[in-house]
Design a protein around this ligand. Structure first.
Ligand code: DQQ
Length: 551
């Protein structure tokens, strides 16, 4: 890209910053949270994000939209902030929102403003110059705000417009997260011209006892096809997905269901239960995710904010806080019951030196070091060959909250098949390590796999949060192998189990296992041996992060 300076890249910063990442998206400094308005426009990918330009902490009065561009979603150029408080309708902050590409390839950003009364309202911003593929300048619509809190919605809990879509009647629809008391709501608005919006009196979706629904995302996914599809598609070849970020739980949940625009109705296949059984994109530390349809490559891509787990004082000292996950392609599983995810293929361009291990048996209690790569920045894919599943221990009761299974009473018992997996960001003596493991159970008539990212020994520092994360999923009784891929990047580990069926992102801040002192191990603590059918691990090169020179 022209006019790009690389001298301000984080590459220089990294040597003194063991937790600053090499290939995950982050601004040069300060606080970042939600991804906003990701899109592809005239050959360029755009990512906007919630940003505090002044500090490494959330800016209560001055959040703006940071803006970066890329050719490949991996190497980025940071531009000037795109949307900043300037009008009464956003003078106290520009909060999250989404991009819609209007006919004639015109991007339109609906975003939440915190207005002069500290009420939450929805505004529209459009690019000043459509012939600039970088969309450097944005202007706000003179009629802003276009939506103010409707009745039955708290004035301070009405936010995060989704990407809009057109119903069969040609009218635009958009959903907005809201709250009334304990009830979480998703409010639907309709418009003919994208400026005058009429509220639908019946909430599009509502959940009791959840509190505010943040960052709703609503889009179709193909049945039996991994390609993505434009947000407006509505026919028998697709199902619909509604994603909600529930603030009280700090997790993103999604519902698969049927959408009928004539009736303004979304009927989820499974109702919200508020239990551990809810579907989630990621069972680890991510929040406020947002997807977009990448029409250049016909795929739907998910971005999500990976929050810090260290203290606010640490963030101030580091000078930054917040990462974005590696963009993930996702699609509906063949079973129609869940989404599958995989890091975008472009990431593989950063793969450097490769190590391969084939056909190695891991006896009970054994650990094998994966040597020869930069273990603090790596991409690891392992395929484990499983013993006969009948030898797995029985899970009783067969339905247990996987978070419970991480606790001492279960975890201290070594299993028959597993735990086995990876120890990442580990010190040589393994006293520090983040353990990503599988454990197989017989449960009822079938089999289940428990996937855990165990953070309890992730750092010898005492002042960082070390919550472990877990999920459990059904596996085929004839399953012979199971795969694990982990993207390790200094203070973040994104793990994808069983080809993207289960994902867990964790943050780790090792005291000793940093840079050249970080190690990677494969291990098996189950009574039965497992075989490393194939392991490939790559050192990861740094992604390029530049800033645009002032023109
Ligand atoms: N973050 C934004 C809000 C949104 C929340 C403010 C979710 O718009 O609800 O930075 O993390």
């Amino acid at each position: 890209m022209e006019n790009i300076r690389e001298d301000a890249s984080p590459n220089n910063i990294n040597s003194e910053q063991p937790y600053r990442t090499w290939y995950h998206f982050q601004p040069l400094k300060n606080w970042m949270n939600d991804p906003n308005g990701p899109m592809y426009y005239k050959g360029v990918y755009h990512l906007f994000y919630q940003y505090n330009p002044d500090a490494a902490t959330f800016g209560h009065e001055k959040m703006v939209w940071g803006h970066s561009i890329s050719n490949d979603l991996i190497n980025w150029t940071h531009l000037n902030d795109a949307i900043v408080p300037t009008i009464p309708g956003d003078i106290n902050s520009c909060w999250s929102g989404s991009a819609t590409i209007l006919p004639g390839e015109k991007p339109a950003m609906l975003y939440t403003g915190i207005d002069q009364n500290r009420h939450q309202v929805q505004n529209l911003a459009m690019p000043k110059n459509l012939s600039d593929p970088y969309l450097r300048e944005w202007e706000k619509h003179p009629q802003n705000p276009l939506m103010t809190p409707p009745s039955g919605v708290e004035v301070g809990e009405f936010r995060d417009p989704s990407t809009a879509w057109q119903g069969k009647d040609g009218k635009w629809r958009v959903i907005i997260g809201a709250q009334n008391g304990d009830e979480g709501k998703i409010i639907l608005y309709k418009s003919e011209d994208f400026v005058k919006w009429i509220v639908d009196p019946i909430p599009f979706f509502a959940t009791d006892d959840t509190g505010v629904c943040e960052c709703p995302d609503f889009f179709p996914v193909y049945i039996n096809n991994t390609n993505g599809v434009d947000t407006t598609m509505e026919n028998s070849s697709v199902r619909h997905v509604l994603k909600i970020s529930y603030l009280r739980r700090r997790h993103d949940y999604y519902f698969i269901g049927k959408y009928v625009s004539d009736k303004e109705e979304f009927v989820p296949d499974v109702k919200y239960t508020g239990t551990w059984k809810e579907l989630r994109f990621d069972y680890g530390k991510v929040y406020a995710s947002k997807s977009f349809f990448d029409h250049a490559k016909n795929r739907r891509i998910l971005w999500a904010w990976a929050e810090e787990s260290d203290t606010s004082e640490d963030d101030i000292q580091k000078g930054w806080a917040g990462l974005q996950t590696i963009p993930r392609k996702f699609w509906l599983d063949k079973n129609g019951k869940q989404l599958m995810q995989w890091p975008i293929e472009e990431l593989e361009k950063l793969r450097g030196k490769q190590i391969n291990i084939t056909g190695e048996t891991l006896q009970s209690g054994s650990t094998l070091e994966v040597k020869g790569i930069t273990a603090s920045q790596a991409d690891v894919e392992v395929l484990f060959e499983l013993p006969n599943l009948q030898s797995a221990e029985l899970l009783e009761p067969s339905e247990v909250d996987p978070q419970e299974l991480c606790k001492e009473q279960y975890a201290s018992r070594n299993g028959m098949i597993g735990p086995f997996g990876l120890q990442a960001l580990a010190s040589k003596d393994q006293t520090e390590r983040t353990t990503i493991s599988f454990r197989i159970y017989r449960a009822g008539d079938g089999f289940k796999c428990l996937m855990i990212s165990d953070q309890t020994r992730s750092s010898l520092r005492e002042d960082v949060e070390k919550t472990s994360y877990a999920t459990i999923f059904d596996i085929d009784p004839n399953l012979k192998t199971i795969s694990l891929r982990s993207l390790i990047d200094r203070s973040i580990i994104e793990s994808f189990g069983d080809g993207g069926r289960a994902c867990i992102t964790s943050r780790a801040y090792p005291l000793f296992a940093t840079d050249k002192d970080a190690h990677l191990f494969v291990f098996n603590d189950g009574s039965q041996s497992v075989v490393i059918s194939q392991l490939n691990a790559w050192s990861m090169k740094q992604a390029q992060f530049g800033t645009e020179s002032i023109i």
